[in-house]
Design a protein around this ligand. Structure first.
Ligand SMILES: C[S@@+](CC[C@H](N)C(=O)[O-])C[C@H]1O[C@@H](n2cnc3c(N)ncnc32)[C@H](O)[C@@H]1O
Length: 192
């Protein structure tokens, strides 16, 4: 594993550990502040919702992901009373429509979008964020990761080795190789 990382993107494992720790801390802080619903968009094989659903039985957790990815995950994890899985291709289906039936608009919520945006165009990202703004009652939190473009405007880890660039050429539809990746938290403030 260490050798594979050194040969492709040195530091990638630490990047993932810090990113996931930061996101989990943010979600836990939201739950401690009274959040009742956590929506993980493009959840992939991440375990956050499954673990926290067991720990916070009073909260509702929803994972939404591309059908192909979610079908593989469902082989290992079953839905629970407070954990729903929704399969949707968000390029073809509106988030509001996909969540209808599972999502409670009246519940304080946190949305997590980790490692997804690099697969979407700017227009698709705008549609996704507008959907969350429509769905999410204030106060609410959105935690998301974005990749900084490299000097050529395309996503790439700045320290990707030539081997990594050969294996996964950069581009929005390629692997998430970027100059750097930031985790951002947006708070939706309740106004009187
Ligand atoms: C790199 S993985 C990130 C997984 C997880 N969020 C994480 O960071 O560990 C990208 C995820 O985005 C999902 N995804 C990509 N395009 C999508 C689309 N059009 N609709 C729904 N999900 C999509 C994939 O199925 C995959 O689960």
């Amino acid at each position: 594993m260490w050798l594979a990382e050194r040969a492709t993107i040195p530091g990638l494992m630490l990047h993932f550990m810090l990113r996931k720790r930061f996101i989990e801390d943010s979600v836990r802080a939201s739950l401690a502040a009274g959040c009742e619903q956590v929506v993980v968009v493009g959840a992939g094989f991440d375990t956050l919702a499954a673990r926290l659903a067991a720990e916070f039985p009073q909260a509702r957790f929803i994972e939404i992901d591309h059908p192909a990815t979610q079908a593989a995950k469902r082989l290992a994890i079953d839905a629970r009373r407070n954990l729903d899985f929704i399969a949707a291709n968000l390029v073809e289906e509106r988030l509001q429509d996909a969540l209808a039936g599972a999502y409670r608009r009246d519940a304080p919520s946190v949305f997590v979008i980790e490692g997804l945006l690099m697969y979407l165009t700017d227009a698709q990202i705008a549609v996704l964020f507008a959907a969350i703004a429509e769905l999410q009652r204030a106060p609410g939190t959105l935690v998301f990761t974005v990749m900084e473009p490299a000097s050529d405007g395309r996503p790439r880890f700045h320290n990707a080795t030539p081997l990594a660039r050969y294996l996964a050429p950069s581009g929005r539809q390629a692997l998430p190789l970027a100059e750097g990746e930031m985790v951002l938290v947006a708070e939706r403030i309740a106004r009187p």
